[in-house]
Design a protein around this ligand. Structure first.
Ligand code: GLU
Length: 432
């Protein structure tokens, strides 16, 4: 799917599920367009002395339920429409978990791998200089996303505080611990996905030792979910990164693969040299092949729109856990549901990241840091509650888990729209 269609696809899905679940059109209309999107061209001094320019966006999609919240991604394929789609999904994600936030998202068109560390720092600070009046602890709170990390969040928070001459660590989440970050934030997206998968497994009677898993994408979220599933006894038989994947019937020791990737910065071929290589027989596979493997659980944890009408018929896994945002295009939702494929939707499955971001924001505002156990317990109870509620809606109303998750979020947002008065209210008043 072309990038420019991602937002249209997201809106089509929103309208379709809205109709299916009886959401008033006034609620869907309120979500059919972002509140505001700022574009900027970021001037950055490059190491060779020249000045580079990078296109950047920040979208505050909807703030009905609180300040907007969402990550910033650095990626060469970022588009304004992709940022809008991601910001809409953040709105729904916060609604599913019941966080007091709306949704936002940011992005910069850049291949971060081409930049030096100094250039990345200058780019990160330039982003905040451009967006400083658009973001803020009570307005819009960024966080990490693809190819941004703790260190970058630390630079961004520092730049904001320098510009505003205040101490405001709550302007950004996902910071290094020493700069006000929360324990447990870096693993939170993967741990949240693990919790949700475990809930599904309990309901479907899946036994970890008899369950095979393929993970597409070995970034922060993909690594942590694979690590936790492996620890629990699941067989992680395939893993890939942007360069390609590896497959082994025997299953991988996730931690060793991760260590090797850190050393060589490549996954493709992780197993062809050194001690780990000798331990496990493996094949190299492509990212496309990984999606079509005959495994029990498929975890797309990389980019959006990787499962589309083009390949859906070849996707065999009966369970798909969307750890990436938007990995399945909207036009195949019905087909997957009709054939019995259970999809754990992104707005629930990867909501652990923003949930612990919320905890980080709360800790910053309280000036009191929680211990790791408290963070993990609160994360587990937030996601188990959300899962239970979504499962209940799906069962009662005969819906897919995605439709049920959307219904939960949209009904919550709908209450806010109704509290402000709808046509039904004002129409009646005129007649009285
Ligand atoms: N970028 C993450 C997401 O897509 C985290 C957002 C946040 O923590 O605000 O959910």
């Amino acid at each position: 799917m072309e990038d420019s269609n991602v937002f249209i696809d997201a809106l089509d899905r929103l309208r379709r599920i809205g109709e299916q679940t009886g959401i008033p059109t006034e609620v869907i209309d309120a979500l059919a367009r972002p509140k505001a999107t700022l574009s900027a061209s970021l001037p950055v001094r490059m190491d060779d002395g020249s000045r580079g320019y990078f296109e950047a966006y920040r979208c505050r999609y909807n703030d009905a339920l609180g300040p907007t919240k969402g990550g910033i991604r650095f990626h060469p394929e970022v588009t304004i429409d992709e940022v809008r789609a991601l910001a809409l999904w953040m709105t729904l994600k916060c609604g599913v978990v019941g966080l007091p936030y709306g949704g936002g998202k940011g992005g910069v068109i850049v291949d971060a791998k081409d930049l030096s560390r100094l250039e990345i720092e200058r780019l990160s600070r330039a982003y905040v200089r451009a967006m400083a009046d658009f973001i803020g602890p009570d307005v819009d709170i960024p966080a990490p996303d693809m190819y941004t990390n703790e260190r970058i969040m630390g630079w961004m928070a520092d730049e904001y505080q320098t510009i505003k001459r205040v101490h405001a660590p709550d302007v950004i989440t996902g910071k290094p611990i020493v700069l006000g970050g929360s324990l447990g934030r870096s693993e939170a997206t993967g741990r949240g996905a693990f919790i949700v998968i475990q809930e599904l497994a309990a309901r479907k009677g899946l036994t970890p030792r008899e369950t095979t898993v393929a993970v597409q994408g070995f970034g922060n979220a993909g690594y942590h979910v694979a690590r936790l599933l492996h620890q629990e006894g699941y067989h992680i038989v395939a893993i890939s990164d942007s360069k390609g994947g590896i497959y082994s019937d025997a299953g991988f020791d996730v931690e060793s693969v991760y260590q090797r990737k850190q050393e060589s910065s490549e996954l493709h071929g992780v197993y062809c040299e050194g001690s780990v290589c000798n331990m496990v027989e493996h094949d190299r596979i492509t990212n496309e092949e990984l999606l079509e493997l005959d495994v029990d659980i498929l975890i797309p944890a990389a980019l959006e729109s990787v499962i589309t009408s083009e390949n859906v018929d070849r996707v065999k896994a009966p369970y798909i856990a969307e750890v990436a945002n938007g990995p399945i295009s909207g036009d195949v939702d019905t087909k997957l549901f009709d054939r019995g494929t259970v999809v754990l939707p992104d707005v629930l499955t990867n909501a652990g990241g923003v949930t612990v971001s919320y905890f980080e924001w709360v800790q910053n505002r309280q000036g009191f840091a929680w211990d790791l156990e408290e963070v993990r317990n609160r994360l587990a109870s937030a996601l188990i509650d959300a899962f239970d509620a979504v499962w209940q809606i799906a069962t009662d109303e005969g819906l897919s888990l995605r439709s049920a998750a959307y219904a939960r979020a949209l009904r919550r947002i709908g209450e806010q729209v109704e509290a402000q008065g709808t046509r039904a209210y004002f129409g009646n008043a005129a007649e009285e």
